[in-house]
Design a protein around this ligand. Structure first.
Ligand code: GLV
Length: 313
């Protein structure tokens, strides 16, 4: 592969990333654009594309020979029509786990402390005492035990939650998981959980995993999803909430994003919605991650973060 020289930065904060990249590597030519504004001419100019999402409507990738994804999930690049096999695809080494762990802990405490109900009472000038429920001693099932799931587990253990992990293989590298199961045990495990935290990428193996059948086996858990919306059978959620299979849901990701205004989830007081922002890519993280992969290429090595297209991450 020719060494990358013309870098098209199509991240959300592209101007800041271009400026930071230029300061570190003035020998590289960099251009920035929102991914929605990338033109065919940009793609003919660039040899490298840095961004989370594919430019909509880009028929071909022009001269681009390397795509460096600045998000954890690479589904935008593997969904049909998948990026040509000849184009190198890497994924940022930036660690999103700590931020997503805070997102998770914030929602669990919000539920137990009943913050939404207190806010309504305050708005109405109503003195309505309610006892906060303890987080310590509750049980969480964390599905997906990679960097993100591991950070979530560590944060939950730190506040006294009893954590069980579920992964494809049934093992996890992260020490926070003391009890682990393989994914086929999921339907059996959900009935014991107070919190079910999904930290999975979108792959053929994870799509629809949290199905209506699995929901029907829950006994009043709160579902938290910070992975990908496709993992949950979203149309089944209202029934799961109405029947009490789920006590509530905190959702950062959805089958269709932005979540359509017509979705019943918006108006359901048992559902906490955040617009896919639990684990933001930072400017420093994007730049460091890109330069780490570039250094590997410049030293003649395949970057450690090459995406395994069969596994989907
Ligand atoms: C966000 O969803 C990411 O994949 O980084």
């Amino acid at each position: 592969m020719h060494l990358p020289r013309r870098i098209l930065v199509a991240t959300r904060s592209h101007d800041e990333v271009v400026a930071a990249l230029h300061a570190r590597r003035p020998d590289l030519e960099c251009r920035g654009a929102a991914h929605t504004d990338v033109t065919d001419e940009d793609l003919r100019w660039a040899d490298t594309y840095v961004g989370f999402k594919r430019p909509p409507g880009a028929a071909t990738f022009g001269s681009v020979r390397w795509v460096h994804c600045t998000g954890a999930g690479v589904d935008s690049w593997l969904a049909p029509p998948a990026l040509e096999a000849a184009i190198l695809l890497t994924r940022t080494p930036e660690s999103f786990g700590p931020a997503i762990a805070e997102w998770t802990v914030a929602r669990i405490f919000a539920v137990q402390q009943q913050l939404a109900e207190l806010a309504v009472a305050q708005r109405d000038h109503r003195w309505a005492p309610r006892d906060a429920r303890r987080v310590a001693g509750t049980r969480a099932l964390v599905v997906g035990t990679g960097d993100v799931g591991g950070a979530i587990a560590a944060a939950l253990v730190a506040v006294g939650v009893i954590v069980t992990g579920v992964s494809r293989s049934g093992s996890a590298e992260h020490p926070a998981f003391r009890t682990m199961h393989a994914v086929d045990a999921l339907p059996r495990l959900v009935g014991d959980a107070d919190w079910i935290v999904l930290a999975l990428p979108d792959t053929p193996a994870t799509r629809g995993l949290f199905s209506q059948d699995v929901m029907a086996r829950c006994r009043g858990a709160v579902l938290l999803n910070a992975g990908r919306g496709s993992v949950v059978e979203e149309p089944a959620l209202p029934e799961a909430l109405d029947r009490g299979w789920l006590r509530g849901a905190a959702l950062d990701v959805f089958a269709v994003e932005p979540l359509p205004a017509s979705s019943p989830l918006w108006d359901d007081p048992r559902v906490m919605i955040s617009p896919h922002c639990s684990g933001p890519t930072t400017v420093a993280g994007a730049v460091d991650g890109f330069l780490e992969c570039l250094a590997d290429l410049e030293q003649g090595r395949l970057p450690r973060r090459v995406v395994d297209r069969d596994r989907g991450y």
